[in-house]
Design a protein around this ligand. Structure first.
Ligand code: BV8
Ligand code: ZN
Length: 247
């Protein structure tokens, strides 16, 4: 296996599905209970803040009770290897960007996860953008500890700009391997990342239960359950790295 210098990993709801967190567009998709326009837009928050606070309060309770699965743990092992925190040391930079708002990557060991769509365990002031941890429920009565402004979930809704896009684009142009895990490729700008990476010479790999709307943009499509395919790939990558290192 090639000795990659910089691997960019993008994950979506499918990596958390085996942990019991509903995906968005699967048959029992999260949106099924709610219409997207009802809850994941700034206008919805303006029109019905109670509904939006409760939608995220329910999801926060659900996520808190879930555990990272073998795919999260395998990426955590890759992170440790890239930081020389275990015997499998590798000289490869690993960038992990997730569309997910849960904390299962962090709990799975990937301490430097970039949440481009925000984080459910954080809240933000609508006036001064002060961001604080939010482990309990949020409600319309909550006020910013910094300026007494209104509080909202620190989450990127439809129509809002994702976080860290400058850094993300820089890494997309630099990486030599782009891996997409558990995303249907239906939400922009994340769905366009594979083409940016490919244009800048990266090899591209997609891990999903089935082929997606963007599978044709990938060099390799690995069809299967992430709890099998991702640990399998990580262990082969680390094994081959070690063998090449010894030569
Ligand atoms: C922006 C936070 C400008 C909220 C989310 C018309 C056409 C094209 C685009 C648009 C359009 N109209 C508007 C847009 C833009 C819009 C968009 O893309 N809309 C879509 C619906 C058409 N995008 C935006 O508004 C974004 N902002 O564009 O601003 C901009 C652009 C660039 C730079 C600056 C500014 C903001 C989008 C963010 C919205 N917020 N989440 C919340 O979570 O409540 S999006 C939401 O969808 C989640 O983040 C989720 O992660 C994301 C994507 O979904 P997936 O992760 O892919 O999940 P999904 O269920 O779809 O798929 C799961 C996959 O896993 C499946 O493929 C399944 O097969 C697989 N799977 C399941 N189990 C397993 C598995 N695979 C393997 N093993 C398993 N066990
Ligand atoms: Zn404030």
């Amino acid at each position: 296996m090639t000795q990659y210098k910089h691997i960019f990993i993008l994950t979506g709801a499918g990596i958390s599905a085996p942990s019991g967190i509903q995906t968005f567009r699967g048959s029992n998709g999260l949106w099924n209970g709610y219409n997207v326009e009802e809850v994941a837009t700034p206008y919805a928050f303006e029109d019905n803040p109670n509904l939006v606070h409760n939608f995220y309060n329910d999801r926060r309770d659900d996520i808190r009770a879930k555990k990272p699965n073998a795919a999260h743990l395998a990426l955590g092992e890759l992170f440790e290897a890239s930081k020389g925190m275990c015997e499998n040391e590798i000289d490869t930079q690993i960038t992990l960007v997730t569309q997910n708002i849960d904390d299962l990557h962090e709990r799975g060991g990937f301490e430097e996860t970039i949440h481009m769509h925000g984080e459910i365990f954080k809240k933000r002031c609508v006036d001064c953008w002060n961001v604080e941890d939010s482990n309990g429920d949020t409600s319309v009565g909550d006020l910013c500890s910094n300026c007494n402004g209104k509080i909202r979930p620190h989450i990127v809704w439809f129509g809002e700009s994702p976080f860290d896009m400058v850094g993300i684009n820089r890494c997309l142009k630099k990486c030599d391997l782009f891996i997409s895990i558990g995303t249907s490729g239906q939400v922009a700008p994340a769905s366009e990342f594979v083409e940016i990476a490919h244009r800048h010479g990266a090899r591209t790999m997609e891990f999903n239960m089935e082929r997606t709307a963007i599978s044709q943009h990938f060099d390799d499509v690995v069809v299967g359950d992430v709890v099998e395919t991702v640990p399998d790939w990580v262990s082969r990558f680390l094994q081959d790295y070690e063998e090449t290192d010894v030569e």
